[in-house]
Design a protein around this ligand. Structure first.
Ligand code: PMT
Length: 401
């Protein structure tokens, strides 16, 4: 198996060799997008198609998407059923029909894909896709459960309208979810013992029933931390302000609106937590009074604001508290202010980000962070929020070791 260089450690898929099996289902066309996305994230993808899958999609489409030759004949390339799996970091079957799942469960090896599955020693991810009757069939379920009991990772299927026109369970999982399952299967489970609270997104401080004060937080940073923590094995409670992101599966999601709501939710879950990571942009001020009806339009409006609860400081002052990580959203290179927050708020780590720097901070997919601790500082270059999340969790992992 290939090993990643230290530089690429935080890019889970970088330099990974993925063997993608495509079988004969209506969702086979989604394998093109999956291949492209895996490649975009730095993986090398080798595609093996079953004969049946070629009724749904051409090898050429997958050849273009992967930039590699597509294989399907067991006898075309001698020993490929041994050499391909030996070079792969992970095998994924998407879509996975009842046929390939049945063959794999019973150890049948009669084509290139099924022989590769038998000779492969690493993690296998399967994304089943079929008619709901087939999916619910107890014989199929027995095969599926047998594979799961042997460490095969199942992703999906979902309920919805199926290719046959019926409604039910059997739609292949979304490509994002398949990628997340692949990343999780490839991730080191170094945070298995942790129960992490992550806060994300903005809060809304209501002026009247229809107006509120908020900020530009999209939730992307907090959600990236939650996803990375899940992949690394921890239990995650994501306390999220209003945002439009899809929460990852497998975590406990608590949705809140105001700073008060967020404080209540964090305090409620605090007793079980071993780590708290506050990436949310909690409103610092809230209207002193909230009008019960919509404020009438007028030439001027004067409003008095009061301080909202400072959740990070409140936890920071507790005697027996979990490992506490806050963020500092600063305008300009104000590391001095972030260092002050570390001390004043009683956190163990403050993650500084200059929200006015290009590609950093609010509502972008990248961030440039400095991880500030009492005795050390790590300045990182501009990277994806996913990589930034991995870097923060690397510190958690180091501190726990
Ligand atoms: O959501 P994105 O679009 O991805 O943007 C990411 C981000 C810019 C929101 C994120 O990276 C970030 O910097 N989050 C913290 C924003 C913030 O509120 O910073 P602050 O410097 O004002 O607060 C310092 C810390 O105290 C933060 O951990 C904050 O969660 C916490 N806080 C702040 C106010 C308050 N009333 N209670 C708090 O607990």
């Amino acid at each position: 198996m290939k090993s990643s260089s230290a530089k690429d450690k935080r890019k889970v898929l970088k330099n990974k060799n993925i063997l993608l099996g495509v079988t004969g289902g209506a969702a086979a066309y989604k394998a093109v997008d999956l291949t492209r996305r895996l490649k975009e994230e730095g993986a090398t993808v080798t595609v093996i198609m079953t004969d049946a899958s070629k009724n749904f999609i051409t090898p050429l489409s997958l050849e273009i998407a992967s930039g590699n030759r597509v294989y399907s004949d067991l006898f075309d390339t001698p020993m490929s059923h041994i050499t391909f799996p030996a070079a792969a970091d992970l095998m994924v079957i998407a879509p996975a029909t009842a046929n390939i799942i049945g063959k794999f469960a019973r150890g049948i090896a009669d084509d290139l894909l099924s022989t590769c599955l038998l000779s492969f020693r690493g993690k296998v991810v399967i994304a089943p896709a079929m008619n709901w009757r087939m999916y619910e069939n107890p014989i199929f379920q027995k095969n599926l459960q047998y594979l799961i009991s042997h460490g095969v990772v199942q992703v999906g299927p979902e309920k919805g309208s199926l290719a046959c026109g019926e409604e039910g369970i059997g739609r292949m999982a979304d490509v994002n979810e398949i990628i997340e399952a692949i990343k999780s299967a490839l991730s080191n489970k170094d945070l298995l013992k942790e129960r992490i609270i992550v806060t994300a997104g903005p809060t809304r401080e209501y002026i009247d029933p229809v107006r509120f004060i908020s900020n530009r937080s999209s939730g992307k940073m907090g959600y990236a931390i939650a996803r990375a923590a899940l992949r690394r094995g921890s239990e995650v409670t994501l306390i999220s302000g209003p945002c439009s992101l899809m929460p990852p599966r497998g975590l406990k999601l608590v949705t809140v609106e105001t700073a008060d709501d967020m404080r209540n939710a964090v305090l409620q879950h605090l007793p079980e937590a071993t780590v708290v990571i506050m990436a949310a942009a909690v409103g610092d001020f809230t209207p002193q009074t909230k009008e019960q009806t919509k404020i009438e339009k007028s030439d001027e409006l004067t409003m008095r604001l009061k301080k909202s609860p400072d959740i990070l400081s409140e936890i920071g002052s507790m005697r027996n508290r979990p490992l506490l990580i806050g963020f500092a959203a600063e305008t300009g290179n104000r590391l001095d202010r972030a260092r002050k927050k570390l001390i004043e708020k009683g956190a163990d780590i403050i993650v500084f980000n200059d929200v006015t720097s290009a590609g950093s901070g609010f509502d972008v997919d990248t961030n440039k962070i400095t991880i500030i601790e009492r005795d050390r500082e790590t300045a990182l270059p501009l990277m994806t929020k996913e990589e930034a999340a991995e870097a923060i969790l690397d510190r958690v992992s180091d501190l726990r070791a």
